[in-house]
Design a protein around this ligand. Sequence first.
Ligand code: SF4
Ligand code: SF4
Length: 186
Amino acid sequence: MEIGLACQTVVKPNMHLAIMPFFPANKAVYDIERIKPAATTLAEFYPEVFKCIGCNTCTKSCPMDIDVMAYMANAIRGNIQRVAELSFDCVMCGLCSARCPAEEAQYNVAILARRLAGRHLIPRAKHLAEMVRRLEAGEFESALADVMAHSGKDLVRLYEAREIEPEMAGEEWIPGRKAAATEGGN
Ligand code: SF4
Ligand code: SF4
């Protein structure tokens, strides 16, 4: 028998679907604006991290192939940034917690780390701030109105003809460059 997460498994004939009850792991309450990203913060909200016995059951249980034990080790060390990086693909399924002999709430520790990193540690993206400014200034309102004026059939045609980001595009890629290059004869 093969078992998989519904969000990651291609539908097959005669497949059976079951809803797993969410594992009731410890969930701390905090205001991310007020708490600081100190080396002790994760342990302050989840002191049970120190109960980890390093058995690696969590890593073996993870359907996302995350090194859960490694991020828990970093949580014990207070390395918030590393916990955030290592747990980035977590889908909060709770399987690691369900099988942990130390009753850890790995995925809740991890999401606290990612929230702390996102709110307090990672530098603000300048291009995102610029795009928010342009949105708030109404720069895209006429383009949106133009889209809304199309029929459903036209929208399908436009969608299919859209410019798609090349697979190997760099960070600087934005839509429109290909069109501009083509018009310039490149
Ligand atoms: S399953 Fe629990 S005790 Fe074992 S390594 Fe993972 S967090 Fe630690
Ligand atoms: S909750 Fe996250 S870390 Fe734990 S098993 Fe699921 S995907 Fe992996």
